[in-house]
Design a protein around this ligand. Structure first.
Ligand SMILES: [Mn+2]
Length: 339
């Protein structure tokens, strides 16, 4: 840990970069989720606090349904633009993402001669802009947790609303604190002491499942193929939407590892989820594996140890086959179809 004048060097650099910029743009990954959107919102507030003269734009390449709903219920949609271009800037902040391949067409607007700051909790990827100052903690459950740490070390007090946003981000990415560390819980306590409400946060996040999400999850289980991987059970399936939710559903049904793909316009989006037991015992990191699969098949991928996705310009069957072979090789366990 590098300490500089009693503060963390990266945070000192962050302050310096924010104060030295007059046009700042904040963005995140495609299909921005709750953690991404709320982190962008709070990052804007932090930037405003550090540099009141700067113009700050939050532009995401698009929000997912839940993120849009949560942003609406918190009344912050006005602060977040969904767009496919970035304005000219002096400083670009990437939140909840460190791979430029994951910000879609906005990537073309990230220029190499302007500074970039990454604030994230995903494992550093090969797609990181080389000129970036990275504040990445891949032990944090959410980018909101990293932002909370930044506020604490800069001595900034979150408003009640900012605290609520960070709490919702943490709860969202940790499946209501099913995962997390001692620090996660200390951060939660910090947010509660600044006016955040746990029960309100849970209520904001609980969204009735849509008709089409229910159908996708049920169809995924109807179409499932099962494989044994040593003593583990792998479930693979395909859907026309909600592939991440469908993979989670298969793990909830009992699979140790699930991969669900969605083929759309000649591209496959594969989402994989793993049970905590499987991840702990095998040490497999799905984010790493899907990043490797993506680069092997001229696509891209990444994520967390137990939850990751890849986008690959191939057919479903090839991507699934590649995924199974990769996992089987990595764990040195034979893969066999279960009839
Ligand atoms: Mn996140």
């Amino acid at each position: 840990m590098i300490v500089y004048g009693g503060e963390f060097l990266k945070e000192v650099l962050l302050i310096k970069m924010v104060r030295g910029a007059s046009r700042i743009v904040i963005t995140s990954h495609q299909n921005s989720d709750v953690d991404a959107v709320l982190s962008c919102y709070v990052a804007k507030r932090i930037v405003n606090e550090l540099n009141g003269r700067a113009t700050v734009d939050v532009i995401t390449p698009g929000m997912n349904l839940q993120a849009r709903r949560v942003a609406e219920s918190l009344g912050i949609t006005i602060e977040i633009v969904e767009g496919n271009a970035l304005p000219q800037y002096d400083l670009c902040l990437l939140l909840d993402v460190n791979n430029l391949a994951h910000i879609g067409s906005l990537k073309d607007y990230v220029v190499s001669d302007k500074p970039v700051v990454i604030i994230d909790h995903h494992r550093p990827s090969i797609g990181m802009p080389p000129n970036a100052l990275s504040i990445i903690d891949d032990d944090a459950v959410a980018t909101a947790e990293v932002l909370c740490d930044i506020m604490i070390s800069l001595g900034l007090k979150p408003s009640k609303k900012e605290a609520q946003c960070l709490l919702i981000g943490i709860l969202s990415d940790s499946r209501r604190l099913m995962i997390g560390t001692e620090k996660t819980l200390r951060d939660v306590a910090f947010l509660l002491s600044h006016g955040a409400s746990l029960s309100e946060a849970v209520a904001t996040l609980s969204m009735p499942m849509s008709y089409s999400e229910k159908v996708a999850r049920l169809k995924a289980s109807q179409r499932v193929s099962l494989y044994s991987l040593g003593q583990w059970i792998v479930a693979v399936s395909n859907v026309g939407s909600y592939e991440a939710s469908a993979a989670r559903a298969l793990v909830d049904l009992g699979a140790d590892l699930a991969a669900v793909c969605n083929e759309l316009n000649g591209e496959v989006r594969l989402c994989a989820r793993a049970g905590e037991d499987f991840v702990k015992s095998t040490g497999l990191h799905l984010g790493e594996e899907l990043e490797r699969l993506g680069s092997m098949m001229s696509g891209s991928g990444g994520g967390h140890a137990s939850a990751a996705c890849a986008t690959i310009p191939r057919r479903c069957s090839e991507v699934i086959e590649g995924f199974l072979a990769l996992v089987s090789n990595k764990l040195k366990l034979p893969i066999k179809k279960i009839d």
